[in-house]
Design a protein around this ligand. Sequence first.
Ligand SMILES: [Fe+2]
Ligand SMILES: [Fe+2]
Length: 341
Amino acid sequence: MALIASTRVLGRVVRRAVSNSVHARFGRFRAWPNDALLLDEPLAMAEQQTDRLRRIYAHALRDAWDGPALFRAAMEKHGGIQLARAQREALAHPISMLMWGELAAWIVSAELAVRLENPDARLAASAQVFDEARHFYVLRDYLAALHVPVPKLDPYFAIGARRLLATKDLTVKLFAMQLLAEGTAMAIFRFLADAKVEPVLTELLPYIEKDEARHVGLGVLYLPERLRELPRRELMKIRDITYGIGDLFGATQIRFARHYAAIGADPRDLFRAADKMLHELSQKIGPIPGTDLEFFPTNPTKAPNYEENLDLVLPRPGHEGRLVGRLIRGAIDFGARTLPA
Ligand SMILES: [Fe+2]
Ligand SMILES: [Fe+2]
């Protein structure tokens, strides 16, 4: 009897082992782990200086902050948000866009942490997951404290973010999220903080902005390594998608100009800062080799016709601007009403 029972148990154990081995053999992680991750020499001993990508992780740990505690302290210090309703309604537009942007960045950084092959880049992305989670919570709290209906997400931003989230191409994700979205977000955070729109927000923004600088750092440090391995045809495809997402994010900011003006901030300052930032990032990455084509749209602020072009898209306060500019803005608003988003 004992022999039969033992044989049955053994049979079950073998059946489970075979079943698991078949699943593991054909599963998503069938080739895990990759021996290329191994070292010939211990890393900590062999390297005198910490790699810059790994430093992003170390700095994230060093500079981590307590989102809910900071939010509560700022609210108590300033007696809540003291803004007229019309201004709170206007502020809800950029804040809700930034909040959804944080959620998108949270999702993308988590995917990068899982899917990037380079372990140092993966380490930096892992730290970013914590940052973005904190940013989403803080901005969601702040939006709730505005006590106004949450505006519908701008259609251009929605399309750009969905396109970016849906693509499987990690190089596109690194370009569109780490450089375009994070770079633009940094410029917006700084712009809102400098304009001192509202004291609670002014206290929170520098913390978020400092984190975002590390996230841009991941893109700047890691993208060149990825781009080196790709053929030009692939690079052109990546550029095509990234460029399109950049156009969409830009259209949102043109549409938001009236909200920024309503809270007493000059949107032209934001455009100058964002254009400067994106141009510098683009210079750091360089053009597609053998061409002068940049990976995403930029407007160098030092170009002789920069201010003239800015007048076109965003006329100076109190001015209607030229007809061609009015047509461009009309087309953007028409698109927002008609594009499926
Ligand atoms: Fe963020
Ligand atoms: Fe970020």
